[in-house]
Design a protein. Structure first.
Length: 215
């Protein structure tokens, strides 16, 4: 391994690695191993996302892997990742891993942790009864209800409206209504905008930390 390869794999503030077409890890660098809760990069070989610290996001990551295997390169997509030290906001890129015949044999991925760069204003705390989460002056002092916080949590984890309806035992239309309220209150137009806005304002830390709002 030359010095440039060594710097890329084991230095810099970059997380990277590769998976085969069954989404089993082939290798990773030290940063990724640490984020996965492992002692060394070698321990990740043969494991899947379900075996690692971010198992709660495994299904979402594998859906993204499948799209890459089908030829859809992923560039700078915002995602959430559960790490040993807490929840991280990450920007992920994935591309196909090709053999000498240009056949897809897996994927390469890389991501950066933007958790310490985007937080602009920490959201207000929950009310004492934890029924409302005030969003602060940036959002016109709007608030999210407990149900909207639950829906937002699942949006951040990457679930679709249909999946959220099943998880929360709600109708699809009810979830769609909650999502519309969240979009309006966060001044967003799309689901992707909601995720980015939550990252920018620090909402991810509050919403994904269930100890702060669960009774």
């Amino acid at each position: 391994m030359d010095k440039l390869q060594e710097q890329i794999l084991y230095g810099l503030n970059l997380f990277m690695g590769a998976k085969d077409k069954n989404s089993k890890y082939l290798f990773c660098n030290e940063n990724t191993a640490k984020a996965a809760g492992l002692d060394s990069p070698q321990q990740i070989i043969g494991k899947t996302d379900y075996d690692l610290h971010w198992r709660d996001q495994a299904e979402i990551y594998r859906e993204g892997d499948h799209k890459v295997f089908q030829g859809q390169t992923q560039v700078n997509a915002p995602e959430i990742q559960t790490q040993p030290d807490g929840t991280a906001n990450i920007i992920v890129s994935k591309s196909q891993l090709l053999d000498k015949h240009n056949r897809c044999t897996g994927l390469m991925f890389s991501y950066i942790d933007i958790s310490n760069y985007f937080v602009r204003e920490k959201p207000k705390a929950f009310t004492r009864d934890k029924r409302k989460l005030y969003l602060g002056s940036h959002f016109g002092n709007e608030y999210l209800t407990r149900r909207e916080v639950t829906v937002l949590k699942n949006i951040l984890l990457g679930y679709t409206a249909k999946q959220i309806a099943k998880i929360c035992n709600l109708s699809y239309r009810t979830v769609e209504s909650h999502m519309e309220h969240i979009r309006r209150k966060l001044q967003c137009t799309t689901k992707g905008d909601i995720i980015v806005m939550a990252m920018k304002t620090g909402l991810t830390y509050t919403v994904l930390d269930e100890n702060s709002w669960q009774e």
